[in-house]
Ligand binder design. Structure first.
Ligand code: C2E
Ligand code: CA
Ligand code: CA
Ligand code: CA
Length: 275
């Protein structure tokens, strides 16, 4: 289980994820849940590190289950990946988020998480291309967040299709940077636009601690490679100050805002457009 501090959310019954049978049952339930509209997108603001101006949102999916209440993605995404349902769910997430973002001002981007399973086969490129066409969202406003494990599991043709999207202007962010050991080499194999420094580094960034040095090194490396840097999981003013001082470009975390339901996200967009 995770130490995310979102204790208010009901956890799944421990027994739920124990048998393959119950995972299958849940996978089946998910299909109906998507049709019934039980999945909801939340939007977490990403802001300029110095001015704190809104730069975009990261899309985070939630399952509002009729009896279990809020189910966190950490609980159902792995099951959706295992069953292959992540492709349908992922396509819905992409289209819904892009449709929403198309109504926002041009300088506000939308970041969408992509899981490895979603990229298997040739469907993904088509899904993105179709959604760009139907929503008319500028490709440069779409940021696909992928972890290094996504690239690790890709075939050459999978990588080639991501590169084609990249050529069309779609942006790519390397998510959870630093949590895998091969991160540095991935910066060479794929032209990322952005690096997201994982929350675990931000958390441990005490005075003079090793994480401070790591974050500082990552920021300067990313800058030298022409990439935008984001630090995620900022909860304390001290963390914000340190990252500002080190020249991090963008900030995301509970200190700025929790993930917001659609109406609240729209309000943030409206406020950002007023100024
Ligand atoms: P992630 O992509 O690393 O997303 C960031 C997670 O950190 C989110 O958890 C977010 O709510 C949480 N977070 C943001 N700021 C803070 C903070 O200041 N403190 C703390 N403690 N946590 C913070 P969430 O929404 O539970 O998502 C967990 C993971 O589930 C995501 O990690 C991502 O891997 C996956 N996920 C979420 N939504 C989607 C989606 O739409 N598609 C896919 N494929 N995966 C998703
Ligand atoms: Ca992410
Ligand atoms: Ca992340
Ligand atoms: Ca993560």
């Amino acid at each position: 289980s995770k130490q995310d501090g979102r204790n208010c959310w009901r956890r799944f019954d421990r027994q739920m994820d124990e048998t393959a049978q119950s995972r299958r049952a849940l996978a089946t339930e998910m299909k109906a849940a998507l049709k019934r509209g039980e999945f909801r997108l939340f939007y977490q603001p990403i802001v300029h590190a110095k001015t704190l101006e809104l730069r975009g949102f990261e899309t985070l999916v939630r399952w509002i289950h009729p009896t279990r209440g809020f189910v966190s993605p950490g609980d159902f995404i792995p099951i959706a990946e295992e069953s292959g349902f992540i492709r349908d769910l992922g396509a819905w997430i992409l289209e819904t988020a892009m449709e929403e973002a198309a109504t926002w001002p041009d300088h506000i981007n939308i970041a969408v998480n992509v899981s490895p399973m979603q990229l298997r086969g040739s469907e993904f490129e088509r899904t993105v291309t179709d959604a760009l066409a139907s929503t008319r969202l500028a490709p440069t406003r779409l940021e696909l967040e992928i972890t290094e494990s996504v690239l690790l599991e890709q075939s050459d043709s999978g990588i080639a299709s991501l590169k084609r999207l990249r050529t069309r202007g779609v942006r790519f962010s390397l998510d959870d940077f630093g949590t895998g050991f091969s991160s540095l080499s991935y910066l060479r194999t794929f032209p990322f636009n952005k690096v997201k420094i994982d929350r675990s580094f931000v958390n441990d960034m005490g005075d003079g601690g090793s994480c401070y040095a790591i974050v500082k090194a990552v920021l300067s490396l990313a800058r030298d490679m022409g990439m935008v840097t984001v630090a995620e999981g900022i909860e304390l003013p001290g963390q914000l100050a340190a990252l500002q001082q080190m020249g991090c470009d963008q900030i995301q975390g509970f200190l700025i805002s929790k993930p917001l339901p659609l109406e609240d996200a729209r309000e943030q967009v409206a406020q950002a457009s007023d100024t």
